[in-house]
Design a protein around this ligand. Sequence first.
Ligand code: NAI
Length: 350
Amino acid sequence: MLVPREELKELMKRKFMAAGMHDDDADAQAEVLTWSSERGLHSHGEVRVEYYTERISKGGMTVDPQWTWTQTGPCTGILDGDNGCGYPMAIRGMEKAIELAKESGIGVVGVANVSHTGAIGYYTEMAAKAGMIGLSCTQSDPMVIPYGGAEPFYGTNPIALAAPTADERIVSFDMATTVQAWGKILDAKSAGRSIPEGWAVDEDGLPVTDPKLVNALVAIAGPKGYGLMMMVDILSGVLLGVPAGKNVSSMYHDLSEGRRLGHLNVAINPEFFCGDAAFRAHMSEVLDELGAVKPGVGFDKVYYPGERAQMRIKATAEAGGIEVVDDIYDYLVSDDLYRRSWDHKNRFAE
Ligand code: NAI
């Protein structure tokens, strides 16, 4: 059913507050989830609410985190999130990075010991809206083989970059470093469909098309994607002193334990390079040039990263709301904190 944007956000916020979160943190988390849903990224929207409320109920996400901010150098700092909700912490981290970049040209902020930070393009777009280039990366739980391996080691470790232009356009590139998201394998499994070769492997590291045999996902572009995944893990894990690689906590293993994830936010101020106005004007020029590229057969045009998301947001607004599956809407309007349990689930065995 169609749910108006603000109604959906309020319903999610109400659940988080019922679970014990403070008003401002609940609001931040609901805003990022709504931001995802309105651009069609439902895998990082309202479907996650039950998981978070269960994790909070079981003690695996602090609702009153005693987070601390330590500026470690002229352009660097660490925000320790005390295992609080990842969304408001990553927002605070990007706000700090922007502040540092205003002063010194660049701000590099580690957000350590937090829970899931969701669709990370939200944070890079914050920087772009402040006139900066934003860069973010985040650890996620091990479910991807390292190139040549047969068992999961890295997470789907996403990377994102956003940049402003001289007009209202924002380039917003935001991707997982896997060929496909885990949710797509689950969709195929529940629909009884096979998956294309190249998405996932079985227990021997061999490609599988039967979703029931999947034991791990595969990085994009073979060893290159594996290298990108490692880069994310170094920058948002090892660098911040949190568990890394195969020791990153699992989303579903034990919901009573804090996840201790790491997330890195960087803001780069163009004023300290070619100058703000020149950067914006040049970005607009590049996007115009991209848009003028002759489309290949089967394509209507060349889109810049983030352009299609903007089209989805417009379509969502014109349709009068966000399409939410009935089950989830029923849950959101109910008084239940959560209905399904995710605790101690083995995602590959489910
Ligand atoms: P995707 O495959 O939907 O999009 C990847 C990028 O490609 C986007 O920047 C998009 O704008 C661009 N793109 C797509 N089609 C395009 C086209 N026709 N022309 C030009 N650009 C195009 O993204 P993916 O990899 O499925 O990731 C989805 C979300 O999941 C992201 O927001 C990511 O941050 C999030 N995520 C979060 C994780 C976490 O643990 N926090 C883990 C993994 C992913």
